[in-house]
Design a binder for this molecule. Sequence first.
Ligand SMILES: [Zn+2]
Length: 354
Amino acid sequence: MESERYDRILAVMKRKVPDRVPWALWGHFPACKWLNGYSWEKTLRDGEESAKAHMALLRELDYNMDLLKVTPYYRFMAMQWGSKFEFINNEEEAETKEVTVKKTKDWEKLWVLDPKKELREFVRCNEILARDLRRVPFIYTIPSPIIQAMNGVSTPDQVLKDMKENPDALKQGLETITQTTIDFAKACVDAGASGVFLGIGGGGRIWKELDKKQLETYALGYDKRVLDAVKCPIKLMHICSTPAGDPKKLMEEGWFKKYPVDAINWASHSWTPVKKGKELYSDKFCICGGLDHEAVLRKGTPKQVEEAAKKAIESCAEGGGFMLGPGCTVFQDMPIANYNAVGRAVWKYGAYKK
Ligand SMILES: [Zn+2]
């Protein structure tokens, strides 16, 4: 791809100094409150709806975002296996009505989903973006297999119980989810995506309830297979955390260096600060983040957003290998003025001196 944005992103992925700090924000754009007319629920059966909403958001902004991350409803694979979720009034949070794996025996029921059949529309979103965006690099979200198992295919309680009592059955399920995820990730890249965004930790409980050995087997083990299987220039990992579990200790002992990715992203406002993360990980990864997705991006004024962006740039931009981004998926009601405030801050403060 020939484009300034792509060059900027590739430079930071290789931990080099670009012309200016790149930026990206990501959220459930088809559910975005000020981007009327798109249906969050419809994106689960129509790839064009998802692609159009993402492109519409880019068009609405006053500043060019350097990278588009496509964020589908993260239980989209679970839905194909029969789990049910309720979408109401285009709200981004859909309540779980029924999960496919209700008991140990059910792990056998899963089958490897086909990117040309069950996952066709999600791949089609990539095809449309590749055709119509042309010079904007985009990446697609790939949920970690263990997170899919816990949140959507089954429940945290069932997975934790099977981990103790029936590890072979759980592993059989994880094999199927992993193979599905590998095939899907490859199909996205073949369709034109410049990379993948691996989300790990959603729900937070794995950080609290799995010991390090279990994390290596059930999280890293399967994640690594997905990441190693897909060949692409951008592999960005999001380490998610909620009040249910905090990965700060793992983060600060450098545990995440085991992941074969180019860049890491996490909620730096609630645990390891972004500057500290850069000190710990800049020998291995590009650092992405620095903006509190709730207190600042959702609830702050544009002036506060600009200040926060400036501060993140001042503390992390030196030496390159830094991209400004949110600590987690932005909320559907984040005001457009705050998106623009991030873009403006990057224009004002993000340029590197020649
Ligand atoms: Zn998150």
